[in-house]
Structure formats: structure tokens, C-alpha cells
Design a protein around this ligand. Structure first.
Ligand code: FO1
Length: 324
């Protein structure tokens, strides 16, 4: 069966998004995959720009990732961080020596006037990433959380405080002024298939969708649009999603996630464990692929990606037959 494999866009955050990207990159021909990355987690450390979601994608797609952590460079050392500690600088964000190299280069390139889109593409190419990676915007968008301890920046909450302070409210600073990356929008317009990665909707996908232009471009897309649930049996595959959603009084189920992407999806991929949710999803007009969505390793990711590509090809055929 032919698959939708010439222009595929993945909308992604960090670890879960990178696993899905790796699977798709293996299952697709070279040059077919574009990943649009969240920039809401970006922050500055010691005057250097750090873009965790972009970097997790670059390292995963170039097979440099520390697979145990899911972020950072495999076998990295922390000699620079040790010096910073001796100099009494804060060192809660574990930036490795090899990782510092990328942050130094990116900050140097940005200071020279290059856009984050250009710098990211160049880094991805030079480091050997197997897909095009585009930031959602060249402008700063920063996720802020109102917690029981007051408003916090994302990384001090996520890493510095291990997501402990309860989140009461979220906002994406700068989102009203931010322009959607022109290449990212063009990729969506050209896409045969748009996949929402199993990333945290509140922290990874919605900071992208909140930028003017993305929702309308996805809603108007001629391609198929499918999401992959980040929850199995109501529990997050990784990270603080379940607690975050429960704290904000949101439904912690695959249906609850699909509802957040209302009007943007044709189909939703759920885990076999969540089969009872199929009826409600179908009732909302979504096609459903129930399968094993846990990506334990790159082989799982490739198998899931191949299943999604075969399923979406069948959906398209069905759609074309219905239209003719
Ligand atoms: N996550 C942690 O839990 N602890 C860290 O010290 C840490 C350092 C770090 C450095 C560079 C980088 O690109 C990512 C890093 N992450 C760390 C992961 C990152 O905070 C999160 O994966 C995302 O921002 C959430 O998607």
C-alpha cells in the first residue's frame, strides 16, 4: 500500500517528540520529514541561548542523544559546569561539555544576526540530523507557570524544582508578538501528513499552536492530520503531564487530549489499553488507530511510525473514494 511519505510534518516538543521523529525519519525516505519544534522551554544560561526541545530533536535524530536521560549528549562530561560551580554560579541545569559547544555556537550565530531558523537548520545539517528541524518561531515565546510559589520560568520549575510546585495557570510570554516561522508555515501548507507528536499538549504543542498562523494553517491543510496520545491508561508516558492536567482540572485521558486539538485532527492514535475511548473519539468525528504506542527504543518508534504511515494512507484512500 502506498504511504503518505513525501511531505510529512511533525509538531513536537522534546523527548516524546524526538522519539516519534526518529521513528518517522527511519520509516520515511530522506528529506521527507520536517519537525516543527517548541521554543517555549528555551532559556538563557550564562549568556548562552539553550533550546532544549530543538536540541533533544537534533541529538536524537543524529544518534548523539543520551538515551537513558532522553536529553543531552551521550557520554558527556561536566567539567565546564564544575568550574562554574567553583565560581559560585548556579548549576542546577546540567549542561554537559559537548552540549555547551552547541549553545556557544548558537549564541554566537544569533549575535551575528542569524535567525534561529537558520541556525537550527545549519546545526541539524552539520551534526547529521536525519530530518529538517524548524523552530516554531524566530521570536521569543516563553512558557511561564503560576504555581503555589508564584510565577516561575519553565526550566527553573521543570529542572530546578523538579515540577514540584503545583501549577495553577500557564501563559506563553511573547506569543502575541511572535511571528510563526515562515518556513514552518510553508512546511505545513505543503504537508501531505501532519502528525502531532505524543508530547505534552500544554507545555510543548500548545505554545506552538498559540502562535498566530499555526492553527489556521493546520485547519486549512489539504493533508491528513493525526495526533498520537501522550497518555496510556490515563498516565503520562513521561514527565509531569498527568499531574499538570489534573491540577488544572483537565481530563487526563486520550479523549481529553484530542479535545484540546479540536478542529485540527482527522485521526488519533491511542494505546490498546485505551480502546474503550474509541467510541467517544469516533463520535467526535475522528478515525482511531489503537495500537502499542509506547516507544521503548528506536525499533518501537519505527514500528509505530510505519503503522501510522500505513493507516493514514488508507484514510486518504478512503477519503478520496468518498469524494469521487
Ligand atoms: N532535564 C532535567 O531533568 N535535568 C537537567 O539538568 C536537564 C538539563 C538539560 C540541559 C540541556 C537540555 O537541552 C535539556 C536538559 N534537560 C534537563 C531537559 C529539559 O529540561 C526538558 O526535556 C525539556 O525542556 C522539557 O521538554
Amino acid at each position: 500500500m502506498p504511504t503518505l511519505d513525501s511531505n510529512v510534518v511533525l509538531i513536537a516538543g522534546g523527548v516524546g517528540g524526538a522519539r516519534m521523529a526518529e521513528g518517522l525519519a527511519h520509516a520515511l525516505p530522506d528529506g521527507a520529514l520536517t519537525v516543527i519544534a517548541n521554543v517555549g522551554d528555551d532559556d538563557d544560561f550564562y549568556g548562552l541561548r539553550v533550546c532544549p526541545d530543538i536540541d533533544t530533536l537534533v541529538y536524537t535524530l543524529s544518534n548523539r542523544i543520551d538515551r537513558k536521560q532522553g536529553w543531552g549528549v551521550a557520554d558527556d562530561t561536566v567539567r565546564a559546569l564544575d568550574v562554574l560551580g567553583t565560581l559560585a554560579a548556579p548549576t542546577w541545569m546540567k549542561l554537559g561539555d559537548a552540549d555547551f559547544g552547541l549553545h556557544i555556537w548558537r549564541s554566537w550565530q544569533l549575535a551575528a544576526g542569524n535567525s534561529l531558523t537558520r541556525v537550527t537548520q545549519e546545526a541539524a545539517k552539520r551534526l547529521g540530523a536525519r530530518a529538517r528541524i524548524l523552530p516554531a518561531s524566530d521570536d521569543p515565546v516563553r512558557t511561564k507557570l503560576r504555581t503555589t510559589d508564584g510565577w516561575m520560568d519553565f526550566q527553573p520549575w521543570f529542572v530546578g524544582r523538579r515540577c514540584e510546585p503545583q501549577v495553577l495557570e500557564l501563559r506563553y510570554d511573547g506569543v502575541e508578538q511572535a511571528k510563526a516561522g515562515a518556513e514552518a508555515l510553508a512546511a505545513i501548507e505543503a504537508a501531505e501528513l501532519i502528525v502531532f507528536a505524543p508530547s505534552n499538549p500544554l507545555l510543548s504543542i500548545e505554545p506552538i499552536l498559540a502562535i498566530d498562523g499555526f492553527r489556521s494553517a493546520i485547519a486549512a491543510s489539504r493533508g491528513l492530520r493525526v495526533g498520537v496520545s501522550p497518555l496510556i491508561g490515563g498516565k503520562a508516558i513521561k514527565g509531569p503531564l498527568t499531574r499538570l492536567m489534573a491540577g488544572l482540572d483537565l481530563r487526563t485521558s486520550s479523549c481529553g487530549i484530542a479535545i484540546r486539538y479540536n478542529g485540527l485532527l482527522d485521526g488519533f492514535v491511542i494505546d490498546m489499553q485505551d480502546l474503550p475511548e474509541s467510541d467517544e473519539l469516533q463520535g467526535r468525528g475522528l478515525s482511531v488507530l489503537p495500537t502499542d504506542i509506547l516507544m521503548r527504543d528506536p525499533q518501537d518508534a519505527e514500528r509505530l511510525a510505519a503503522e501510522i504511515l500505513a493507516w493514514t494512507a488508507a484514510l486518504r484512500e478512503h477519503r478520496e473514494r468518498a469524494a469521487s
